[in-house]
Design a protein around this ligand. Structure first.
Ligand SMILES: Cc1ncc(COP(=O)(O)O)c(C=O)c1O
Length: 304
């Protein structure tokens, strides 16, 4: 990761190396925070942050669900993120807002702790590799189950929930795969460690519903709408592991992963082992929209 000049911290721009918090921050000890991952693209008409307002609105929702006081408006944070991109002279990159409980309480109850809000931005290439985007990645169903609605909130982007993702991701990489797929505690397919999942079978596109224990991904929503507008039928469906083995196409979506084809699941080729036509179309539409090369959904490109 390459440092940039400034980080926005609690309302002010501070030099990258000076953006520090206390070791007794509640969020560090108990994972009491919420965050976002956002991408900005070097688009046709300048630097466009993709669905920036929707990401900041999700940060507000996650904070509400997790009981973290939210002291800014979504509009304030949108402006702060744009300013940060400008002062760091970034034409494209990744934006990471995070809010968490700081010092003032060391019991589990965070009451009395102050709340920080930080936004960082830096340059970031493809998350699952250029080859992965072009030819597909190899994934394995994880032995870890996705945190469920009975234990936490998989549909809130809370920092503590990501221990679950880190365990699955690192195990998958150690076993030689590119990414992990989570089943939920009912044995149904949920999502990747940091991506939503789509599956194509007999021309229909399926994705697990929020009730399966997935994050309501902004890329998932974008790809769903773009494919629907292109004439495809997308269904929120319960998906089993066997469904994945029978699938014609599988792809993952996420801010980091964008649209990444899956070419193999548990050592079985997906379809003929090459990215299929609907996956290719989803990639084409997504890249076209984020860069403004396709004149669709201009409201999603928030120029800095
Ligand atoms: C667990 C998980 N699922 C799905 C996603 C995809 O969400 P989005 O498309 O909003 O980045 C992410 C990334 O934020 C994630 O961490």
């Amino acid at each position: 990761m390459e440092a940039t000049e400034y980080i926005w911290m609690d309302g002010a721009l501070v030099p990258w190396n000076e953006a520090q918090v206390h070791v007794l921050s509640h969020g560090l000890h108990y994972g009491t925070g919420a965050f976002e991952g956002i991408r900005a693209y070097d688009a046709v008409e300048g630097t466009a942050v993709f669905r920036l307002t929707d990401h900041m609105a999700r940060l507000a929702r996650s904070s509400k669900a997790l009981g973290i006081p939210f002291e800014y408006t979504v509009d304030d944070l949108v402006e702060a993120a744009k300013e940060l991109m400008r002062v760091n002279k970034l034409r494209s990159g990744y934006i990471r807002p995070i809010t968490f409980f700081g010092t003032g309480s060391m019991g589990l109850n965070p009451a009395g702790a102050n709340v920080h809000m930080i936004i960082a931005a830096w340059e970031w290439g493809t998350y699952l590799g250029e080859d992965g985007v072009a030819n597909g990645i190899r994934v394995a169903v994880s032995s870890w189950r996705r945190i469920g609605h009975n234990a936490s909130m998989p549909d809130a982007k809370g920092t503590g929930g990501y221990v679950n993702s880190v365990l699955a991701k690192t195990a998958a990489l150690k076993a030689g795969y590119d990414e992990a797929l989570f089943l939920n505690t009912d044995g149904l397919v949920a999502e990747g460690s940091g991506e939503n999942l789509f599956m194509v079978r007999n021309g229909l596109v399926h994705t697990p519903p929020a009730s399966a224990g997935v994050l309501d991904g902004i890329t998932r929503d974008s790809v769903t709408r773009l494919l629907q507008e292109d004439g495809y039928t997308i269904k929120e469906s319960a998906i089993t592991r066997t469904d994945l083995y029978y699938a014609d196409e599988v792809f993952l979506t996420g801010t980091a992963a964008e649209v990444t084809p899956v070419r193999e699941i548990d050592d079985r080729p997906v379809g003929d082992g090459k990215p299929g036509p609907i996956t290719r179309r989803a990639q084409e539409l997504f890249v076209g929209v984020v860069t403004g090369k396709l004149d669709l959904h201009p409201e999603w490109r928030e120029y800095i």
